[in-house]
Design a protein around this ligand. Structure first.
Ligand code: CDP
Length: 222
């Protein structure tokens, strides 16, 4: 039987997980799975359907009724349509942590995440990958950075993507999401006991990627 490898990268908002995870996956020839994009796509579907994201019952009514997947080019698809741009909008960013706190929705998306990852070598990033989704991952990284640095990174990223936000908007959104994500009852954001913490505040992207590749090598992943 062919053995598959998995790398879990968790951490708070804008700690650089997706940029790094994408590059690590590319270097190793693994598939990259952005689970945050899936929570964002669900949130976008709730808004599109005129449902209230703060109402658990209303939002959860879409479970099993919508299709969330990735295209061959790794674009996030909602019912077959590329929604990569829409899921970065402020309305989605400001509501996604409510959606991600609802158990039924999490179970629905975790099931999809495990299916997408099955029989593949993967790098998956999110909040609960090492603690829940891929509990047996070969390598678990917990990426952190100061809230000021994360707000700055998100502000610059949004600016580049043409999304209209200020540094203060980003700071507020990130601190609010940090709080909701780490205080929810089911699968809160927390490091897995066997994870390796990397503080990226003063590190370049390449330095973080190299640090993860060193850890991967130590675990026999290559
Ligand atoms: O903004 P950032 O790229 O850091 O976040 P994201 O990875 O796109 O995730 C957006 C939101 O989805 C998070 O703030 C969490 O509320 C939720 N999420 C989660 O609960 N569990 C995951 N595995 C991934 C994301």
């Amino acid at each position: 039987m062919v053995k598959n490898y998995s790398i879990a990268i968790d951490g708070p908002s804008a700690s650089g997980k997706s940029t790094v995870a994408k590059l690590v996956a590319k270097k190793l020839g693994f598939v990259y799975i952005d689970t945050g994009a899936m929570y964002r796509a669900f949130t976008y579907a709730v808004i599109l359907n005129g449902l209230n994201p703060e109402n658990e019952e209303e939002a959860s009514s879409l479970v099993n009724k919508i299709d969330i997947n990735f295209s061959d080019e790794n674009k996030i698809l909602l019912n077959g349509k590329d929604v990569s741009r829409e899921i970065r909008d402020n309305l989605v960013a400001n509501n996604v942590s409510f959606i991600a706190s609802y158990k039924q929705i999490r179970l629905f998306l975790v099931d999809l995440q495990r299916k997408i990852a099955s029989n593949k070598n993967v790098v998956m990033d999110g909040r609960d990958i090492g603690t829940y989704v891929l509990k047996d991952a070969n390598l678990k990284i917990f990426q952190v950075a100061s809230v000021e640095e994360r707000s700055k990174r998100r502000y610059l990223e949004n600016k580049e993507k043409g999304i209209d936000t200020t540094y203060d908007d980003c700071y507020k959104n990130i601190t609010t999401r940090d709080y909701i994500d780490s205080h929810r009852a089911f699968c809160p954001l927390e490091p897995a006991k066997d994870s390796i913490e990397i503080n990226t505040t003063e590190m370049t992207i390449d330095e973080v990627v190299d640090a993860i590749l060193v850890e991967a090598k130590k675990k026999g992943i290559n």
